[in-house]
Write a new protein. Sequence first.
Length: 226
Amino acid sequence: MTASGTAPDVGVGYTDGEPRDSLEGFAGGAIEFIDALGLPQADLFGWSLGGIVAQRVAVRRPELVRRLVVAGSGPAGWVPDAPPFSEKVLGIMAKRDADLEDILYLFYPETETARAAGREHFDHVSTRLAAGGPAVSETAAQGMLTATATLLAAPFDEVRAELEAIKQPVLYANGLHDVMIPAHASYVAVQHLDNATLVLYTGAGHAFLFQYAKAFAQQVVDFLAA
């Protein structure tokens, strides 16, 4: 809630307003939310696109951020020597009727162990989703795709400059076999951060934090307490 008694108008979840479609817009919404809570400083945890947003918040309002956890994510643009963004991944992301196999492909490697972990996770999540809650609108989903396309085109000089502007301690973590945001992006990112730790999980992909939930949770707790 804001000081005026209303939630920030970011157009997702239980909020009103028009969904945003840029990294600047997402970062602005996060800043509005933190300010609305009256927090003078916060630790930020961002997964996937959220990790890129968290880093932009740290650049825009450095005094607001104490520590950053960037999970299954990367810097605000494609990095040199990273594998090209897969047409299969883009195709699945654009589907309105993606099935479980599509989703498993995006989040878990194609091994029996990883796929079993994926199915267990989605079984668990489905029971919570069945209880109801706000859906992601088509406009919000398209906004995320629009923002992602812009990020893919960002010059690396700008990407590097943003990383070098982040002075807070950062924990970067990825699955080694992420088909959406390659682990190579994290490896490049930490080379341009002042104070970073990089953790990679073998046998895992974009959803490593669910596949290795206990281990990663402890990693985060230790990092935030340091």
